[in-house]
Design a protein. Structure first.
Ligand code: SAH
Length: 237
């Protein structure tokens, strides 16, 4: 009987210890090796922007995941994060970022901060990043986490990305990291002339859509294949 109790206590202890284990920001040579492999995979899949690949090579993606998924962090896959959301697949992050044609000091608006991984990629590329997240849990967690890695976006906000950030615009580029049923008009209005807006459009499956602003009223539209995202939801939570 005592043996059974001991065993039960041990299982309980392991479960809670693992769950509440303090975050250690350990990044090893093994992680670096796995990141190099991930970068080769992305190159094979057609990513050519060296600044994007360099950022992915440097960012410890395993630290952006819940502990149960850390061992798989360098697979080219999306994983669950808090609040029923996901960290995007590295290929998707690279594909969207490449479309933005980031230059140093570009002002970039990101809709859907989530884990902050995409935010980190943009920051490492020298962009001034403004990011909006509608889940308060994720907003708080990511705002506290990024500075621990030395990553400092210009501005993180808890709010509804459908509205953009009118007080901080216009932006050189805008990236939406959730599937939108339509292009929110405020985002188009907050794009500089010559600026690029990348947004996955659709309900079940999304078409990656690139809008380039030609002048006050005209936008050039490019459709660039199917992707799957969590939905862009109205309001905030
Ligand atoms: N870039 C993130 C992707 C997270 S998934 C990463 O790599 O981790 C998409 C995120 O968009 C989720 O965190 C979700 O909460 C957020 N989101 C959904 N609708 C939103 C809205 N209207 N405004 C801001 N963020 C939104």
């Amino acid at each position: 009987m005592i043996w059974i109790l001991d065993f039960a206590f041990w299982i309980f202890y392991c479960y809670f210890y693992k769950k509440n284990k303090p975050l250690t920001l350990k990044d090893t040579a093994k992680h670096q090796g796995l990141r190099n492999q991930l970068v080769s995979t992305l190159q094979q899949k057609g990513i050519t922007d060296l600044a994007v690949l360099d950022a992915i090579k440097k960012i410890p993606r395993h630290l952006f995941l819940e502990s149960g998924f850390q061992d798989f962090a360098y697979q080219d896959k999306a994983f669950p994060i808090s609040a029923g959301q996901t960290i995007s697949q590295p290929y998707t992050v690279a594909f969207q970022t490449q479309l933005l044609e980031i230059k140093k000091d570009h002002k970039v608006l990101e809709i859907g901060t989530g884990s902050g991984y995409q935010t980190a990629v943009l920051c490492l590329m020298g962009a001034k990043v403004y990011s909006v997240e509608r889940q308060s849990e994720l907003f708080k967690k990511t705002s506290a986490f990024l500075p621990k890695l030395g990553i400092r976006p210009k501005h993180l906000t808890f709010g509804d990305g459908y509205k953009g950030l009118p007080t901080y615009g216009p932006f050189d580029s805008i990236i939406v990291t959730a599937g939108a049923p339509y292009i929110p008009q405020p985002l188009m209005a907050q794009l500089k002339i010559g600026g690029r807006l990348v947004i996955p459009l659709g309900e079940e499956v999304q078409i990656m859509t690139l809008l380039i602003r030609k002048n006050e009223t005209q936008f050039e539209k490019h459709e660039l294949g199917e992707f799957r995202f969590v939905p862009l939801l109205e309001d905030k939570n």
